[in-house]
Design a protein around this ligand. Structure first.
Ligand code: KG4
Ligand code: ZN
Length: 335
């Protein structure tokens, strides 16, 4: 049987990415142009700057991916592109590039949800076994997603305020660390002890929702109160205490949900999945659970990339799902 080849395009935030994936699981090329350096001095992603970079980069990144794969457009079966959620101006660049390519080469177009992409990054590592549960933790999302089959996404819990990555980035700013702060806090946390007693938002019993804004405020207040007393809390202690609180809640709720929904797999997804403390805590927890398999993607597939978008596109293509040329960037797209 003929191989299936899907081109993926991702421009929802601050990475311009193009990838080629064979038969849904095999990465043939995976090119990511990061804009982090351009946004750093502003302490966060500036939407207008992001759009301009995507315009400049998208064709170059596409050419590089095709070169790496040694593939011509004619060999491609489907073009998958992130439709949303994300920054509208940024999304539009990828969507329009995909539409132009689809039209010019007469290739089916597939609009993909960004979070579905993060979840399907796991399929590039391990075949999915249903039912499964995915803990999605990124800069914009914190969700527990239940899947009983391909393409079925049931959000059983989500954050009521800040996303986990957002909390990391905001706390990092208080500690005067460069954007994005997540990796810096992760590193610092390993040199400190979680001595501070910071809150954990469990919410109502049985709820799989999350809340991180109270924790973020508690860290900021702790820093300011110490300053007023003329004291300084070691940044390592702050980072370790904050990280312990985030991980405690994420891991506990994931384990509970995995039991209640009797899932076969638990998949970690999103930028915060790169967090060493979280990866280790989940591994230790699921080592004890013989009937549940934990899947964690390599770091390069945790942060935004286009291989994960192509992986979703592959399944959509198989199912006969197609987008048409009216496809538009949708910043608030629901999964
Ligand atoms: O998934 P992603 O690349 O972009 C979004 O779709 O949001 O996630 C980016 C987020 C940022 O908030 C960043 O600080 C966080 O992931 N992040 C981390 C780590 N690496 C990236 N957070 C904690 N620990 C890390 N090692
Ligand atoms: Zn993302």
């Amino acid at each position: 049987e003929k191989d299936q080849l899907i081109l993926g395009i991702e421009t929802s935030c601050d990475e311009t990415a193009v990838a080629l994936v064979r038969n849904g699981r095999e990465i043939i090329a995976n090119v990511v142009a990061s804009q982090i350096e351009s946004h750093k001095r502003f302490g966060g992603v500036v939407p207008e700057i992001a759009s301009r970079h995507h315009v400049e980069q998208v064709t170059l990144v596409l050419e590089e991916a095709l070169k790496q794969a040694g593939t011509a457009m004619e060999e491609i079966d489907g073009i998958a592109v992130t439709e949303g959620p994300g920054l509208v101006g940024a999304l539009l660049i990828g969507v329009n590039a995909a539409k132009a390519l689809a039209f010019a080469h007469d290739i089916p177009l597939l609009g993909v949800h960004h979070i579905a992409g993060h979840i399907y990054a796991n399929r590039l590592v391990k075949e999915m076994e249903f039912p499964l549960l995915s803990l999605v933790v990124s800069g914009g999302h914190t969700e527990l997603v239940y899947m009983k089959e391909h393409g079925h996404f049931e959000v059983i819990g989500e954050t009521r305020d800040d996303a986990a990555g957002e909390a990391y980035d905001k706390v990092a700013r208080v500690l005067n660390m460069p954007y994005p702060g997540g990796p810096h806090i992760d590193r610092l946390a390993h040199d400190g002890q979680p001595e501070l007693d910071l809150p954990r938002a469990w919410l109502e019993p049985g709820s799989y929702d999350f809340s991180f804004s109270g924790l973020k405020s508690a860290v900021i207040n702790t820093v300011h109160n110490a300053e007023q007393r003329g004291e300084k809390i070691a940044p390592e202690t702050l980072a370790a205490s904050f990280q312990a609180s985030v991980i405690d809640v994420l891991v506990t709720k994931t384990v509970q949900a995995a039991k209640e929904y009797k899932v076969k797999q638990v998949l970690l997804a999103g930028g915060v999945a790169a967090n060493k403390g979280l990866r280790t805590a989940l591994q230790e927890e699921f080592k004890k659970q013989e009937n549940v398999e934990l899947v964690i993607p390599p770091l390069s597939l945790c942060t935004d990339n286009a291989a994960m978008i192509a992986a979703v596109g592959s399944v959509m293509y198989e199912k006969g799902q197609r987008s048409d040329l009216t496809l538009n960037g949708n910043p608030g797209l629901e999964i």
